[in-house]
Design a protein around this ligand. Structure first.
Ligand code: GLU
Length: 421
């Protein structure tokens, strides 16, 4: 089953449980607009190649389309459709006045120089320019894109419109219309949700052993934020391998080492880890997913826990900081094994929530301090948690089904009021 089919099946399951109006369901099964663009790039060696770019606008009944743009060699239309659909649902779970979209460019960013990446980004903006804007569709960072890429998008769009229109994109540098707290918002929001869940079990952070798959923006920030809040991070990984420290590791030291060595897998030496003599060892990416722990945070890519490895997961809780890391077949196996899955559309909604705050600040041209951002983020995340937890009890279902139900109630209300627009 493809990622998009998987997403539609999750909608269908939730729709059945809550008896969603079939008219609303069928509308949400189809993205409103899909764009595929061919982007010429002149390589530094003078050769020209053409790369594919995508933007899928799933639904804007609740507000302007909203969602990131990723750079990854595996980007394809099915994936971007799935991710755009998840964005509509995600914005609805946290009750933002935003719709859902996603974009991507099918490149391995490491293979391109910064100059080439800037050229690709600016050409992509020129190709999708008629369809984006602060009131229509607002891109943001995602896998392998950062504040610099967002600055190029804001600048190119502003040049095309011949005026400053920073609000076309979020996740910008703070010095150029960005919001403080946007860079680690996904992880910060994730921690608020995890705290609520652990509180519901009466379990303290210091007794919670966490394994994190993925050490990019979301994974590395999550490791650090959880560590600073007392959680015990026992393993992390990146695409090259994992590092397991039985008594816990220091994410900042690991990050410093990764910058030098290229992978967290090489960071087990005593000079990097807090407890001298501790038994840190390398683990493969597959082994990492099977480690005995309380919480397994998935912060890499989609399709990581599947029917092939779901039976071997030893975590008590799976926390989806990435989008779509657990397949529907895996979900069934995990539910039978009483493993709790906190779904992406709730777990990682902190990112888009602070993106929304950035849009609000851009409109006001008045900027908040980090305390204000953090307080407002916590309020949104805790309210979403409470709604999802209530629906989970009411329908005696999984957290994923409850999060989808929470989102679908809101979307159903808006779509019905607007006449399925
Ligand atoms: N790419 C992030 C996500 O998947 C953030 C999207 C946004 O801020 O618009 O939620």
């Amino acid at each position: 089953m493809s990622f998009f089919e998987n997403t539609l099946k999750n909608i269908a399951e939730a729709a059945k449980i809550m008896k969603l109006d079939a008219k609303v369901e069928v509308v949400l099964q189809h993205p409103k607009r899909v764009l595929e663009v061919s982007i010429p790039v002149e390589r530094d060696n003078g050769q020209v190649e053409v790369v594919q770019g995508f933007r899928v606008q799933h639904n804007d009944a609740a507000g302007p389309y909203k969602g990131g743009v990723r750079f990854h060699e595996d980007v394809n239309m099915d994936e971007v459709k799935a991710l755009a659909t998840l964005m509509t649902l995600k914005c609805a779970v946290v009750n933002l006045p935003l719709g859902g979209a996603k974009g991507g460019i099918a490149i391995d960013p490491v293979a391109y120089s910064p100059k080439e990446l800037e050229q690709i980004t600016r050409r992509y903006v020129r190709l999708i320019e008629p369809f984006i804007g602060p009131e229509t569709d607002v891109p943001a960072p995602d896998v392998n894109t950062d504040a610099q890429v967002m600055a190029w998008i804001a600048d190119e769009y502003s040049k095309l419109k011949e005026k400053n229109m920073w609000g076309v994109v979020t996740g910008k540098p703070v010095s150029f219309g960005g919001s403080v707290g946007r860079d680690d918002a996904t992880s910060q929001g994730g921690m608020f949700i995890l705290d609520e869940l652990m509180r519901s079990f009466g379990k303290e952070a210091k007794n919670t052993r966490v394994v994190i798959q993925g050490f990019g923006n979301a994974g590395a920030n999550m490791a650090n934020i959880l560590y600073l809040n007392g959680y015990n991070i026992i393993a992390v990984s990146d695409s090259k391998g994992g590092l397991y420290c039985e008594h816990g590791l220091d994410p900042l030291a690991t990050m410093k080492c990764k910058v030098k060595s290229g992978s967290v897998a090489d960071c087990g030496g005593e000079e990097f880890q807090p407890k001298a003599g501790d038994s840190c060892k390398r683990v493969s990416n597959e082994e990492l997913l099977r480690l005995d722990c309380d919480v397994l945070v998935l912060a890499a890519l989609e399709n990581q826990i599947t029917e092939k490895n779901a039976n071997e997961v030893q975590a008590k809780i799976i926390f989806e900081l990435a989008n779509g890391p657990t397949t529907i077949e895996a979900d069934e196996i995990l539910a039978k094994r009483n493993i709790i899955v906190i779904p992406d559309i709730l777990a990682n909604a902190g990112g888009v929530t602070v993106s929304y705050f950035e849009m609000v600040q851009n409109k006001q041209n008045y900027y908040w301090d980090s305390q204000e951002v953090a307080d407002k983020l916590k309020k949104v995340m805790v309210a979403a948690w409470e709604n999802v937890a209530k629906n989970r009890e009411k329908y005696a279902c999984t957290y994923r089904q409850a999060a989808f139900i929470t989102a679908l109630y809101r979307l159903s209300d808006i779509l019905t009021l607007r006449g399925l627009s």
